[in-house]
Design a binder for this molecule. Structure first.
Ligand code: ADP
Ligand code: ZN
Length: 517
């Protein structure tokens, strides 16, 4: 195994899990590889064909992705090709059938539509694996569901004795289970890696839509443009893409543009110039996605919060693939979190709507968190991190002025609790601020002892306070169909129970003025 690695790749040793997965595949065991982007998953399915002399089939969602891979494999002296309607050269099929290729790439549509005689011919010579790359596309819970992936179980029915290996960088349990079930994997070998990308810095900034925020962004990028490596700016709308692209060009930066409404030729050109370092910055929607195997992207900026942390992690993870320090900045604005309906589109099913609202809420919690961002992300993906501060995110690096907010926290939690726990933030905050609005009088909340005790602070101040208490786990947030409901969590109840109106245990939080934006 090591000599193959040296011969074709020039590397001296396998990464720990690679060797195990390769061995399991050679033993014909199904495998599922869940590893962070850049961790070297491809090697797991590229090596077995070299060892066994049998062809490996790779299912991949995009032609451009396959082209890149085939090119780099060919350069290493590995025989690889892809099958697609755009590549209709008949000799490719003839060679493929005769077992000429180590690796044969195809889209799921292609895999399911190839004549069975092709498969039986190849099976006679031996197929050592079917690799399903970007396997999360199989799951409706994933962020990139593709219907064609669902049909891959047909292939399973044809290639009975061939091990399947699913590969993805999306970590959630639900997606994992979906992959295993959809591909009908029996007792698969699981290789689940750490999701910590230590070389990536994580930071978040609040912004308000408008010319000044674009200008600030352009300035930040200009500071960077002199150094080596490139930047990707992801926007949530095409309008933003166009505006930022224009501003970057006006500032004299070499910028590219990429979104779904551009013709495929323009997109390909854009992509290519970016890969070749002819551009410093690519401004794009999420359409600029899979297959950006550029090792030296130094910075990914999200201008607008993505719809889930899964998406965020995947997109931001496109920087620093070479292991060198790189930065992931997320710019968010309040209206980003009112987009659940927009993302739901035509969806009628309540469960799916809830899944979307929950994902968005988690993204919001990430944005407003005052604790370590890395720890937050890793926890979200079910990974325990032993340290509280990573030292490589904005919250760990910026020294915040902290102070004891026990009195204010006590008031807010008490008000939320006293209002009965079935409201958003407006009602309990209005009560604290002494409002005599009709709905407050109707509910007799003006008779609560704490009515009016919080009028020294603005409504926005209290909302920022609530966000901090949410991010520290004292309050919990739920979405019903329409409303956000904020309740006192178990941790919050423990705090309330340990306090009295005259005396509260310390509760240290960053200064609120840092947070109001
Ligand atoms: P992934 O598919 O997990 O995103 P890749 O397979 O593209 O990651 O690999 C990322 C980088 O790591 C590539 O440049 C690859 O050549 C390199 N790499 C993979 N395995 C090893 C290894 N054993 N030793 C050194 N570099 C490796
Ligand atoms: Zn940190």
């Amino acid at each position: 195994m090591e000599s193959i690695l040296k011969k074709y790749y020039g590397y001296t040793e396998f990464r720990e899990y690679q060797k195990e997965v390769i061995q399991k595949i050679l033993e014909k065991r199904d495998s599922l590889v869940v590893m962070a982007t850049g961790s070297g998953k491809s090697l797991c399915y590229q090596v077995p064909p070299l060892l066994s002399g049998k062809t490996g089939i790779v299912i991949s969602p995009l032609i451009s992705l396959m082209q890149d891979q085939v090119m780099s494999l060919t350069q290493r002296g590995i025989r690889a090709e892809y099958l697609a309607s755009s590549n209709a050269d008949h000799s490719v099929y003839t060679k493929a059938k005769s077992g000429h290729y180590h690796l044969l790439y195809m889209t799921p549509e292609k895999a399911c539509s190839i004549h069975t005689s092709f498969w039986s011919k190849l099976l006679e010579l031996g197929i050592c694996l079917v690799a399903v790359d970007e396997a999360h596309c199989i799951s409706e819970w994933g962020h990139d569901f593709r219907v064609e992936y669902k049909k891959l179980d047909q292939l399973r029915g044809i290639l009975l004795d061939v091990p399947f290996v699913g590969l993805t960088a999306t970590a959630t349990e639900r997606v994992r289970i979906d992959i295993i079930n959809s591909l009908k994997m029996s007792n698969p070998y699981l290789a689940v890696g750490s999701f910590d990308r230590k070389n990536l810095f994580y930071g978040v900034k609040h912004f308000n839509h408008g010319a000044s925020s674009v200008e600030e962004l352009v300035q930040e990028i200009s500071k960077f443009a002199g150094s080596a490596g490139s930047t990707i700016v992801y926007c949530t709308t095409i309008k933003d893409v166009e505006q930022i692209f224009k501003s970057l060009q006006e500032a004299g930066l070499k910028a590219g543009i990429y979104h779904g409404q551009l013709g495929s030729k323009t997109r390909e050109e854009s992509h290519r110039s970016f890969i070749r370092d002819e551009l410093h910055v690519m401004v794009a929607t999420v359409a600029f996605g899979m297959g950006i195997d550029k090792p030296d992207v130094r910075q990914v900026i999200h201008y607008g919060c993505p719809k889930s942390l899964e998406t965020y992690y995947q997109e931001s993870g496109r920087c620093g693939r070479d292991g060198i320090a790189s930065a992931c900045w997320l710019y968010y604005t309040g209206s980003d979190f009112a987009k659940a309906d927009f993302y739901c589109g035509e969806l009628k099913e309540a469960n799916q709507r809830r899944a979307i609202a929950e994902s968005l809420m988690a993204a919001k919690r990430y944005c407003i968190a005052t604790t370590c961002r890395r720890k937050f992300l890793l926890n979200y993906f079910g990974e325990k991190s032993s340290v509280d501060k990573c030292g490589n995110c904005d919250n760990c690096l910026v020294s915040r002025i902290e102070r004891d907010m026990s009195k204010e926290a006590f008031l807010l939690m008490s008000s939320i609790f006293s209002c009965g726990g079935n409201f958003g933030l407006n009602m309990p905050i209005d009560v604290l601020r002494g409002s005599r609005a009709k709905r407050i009088l109707d509910a007799q909340f003006d008779k609560l002892p704490l009515h009016g005790l919080g009028k020294d602070y603005s409504s926005n101040w209290w909302k920022a306070m609530a966000n901090q208490l949410i991010s520290h786990g004292y309050l919990s947030e739920n979405f019903s169909d329409v409303y956000r409901i904020v309740r006192v969590s178990r941790k919050g109840m423990e705090y309330l129970n340990s306090a009295t109106p005259d005396h509260q245990p310390p509760l240290i939080l960053p200064l609120i003025s840092d947070m109001v934006g």
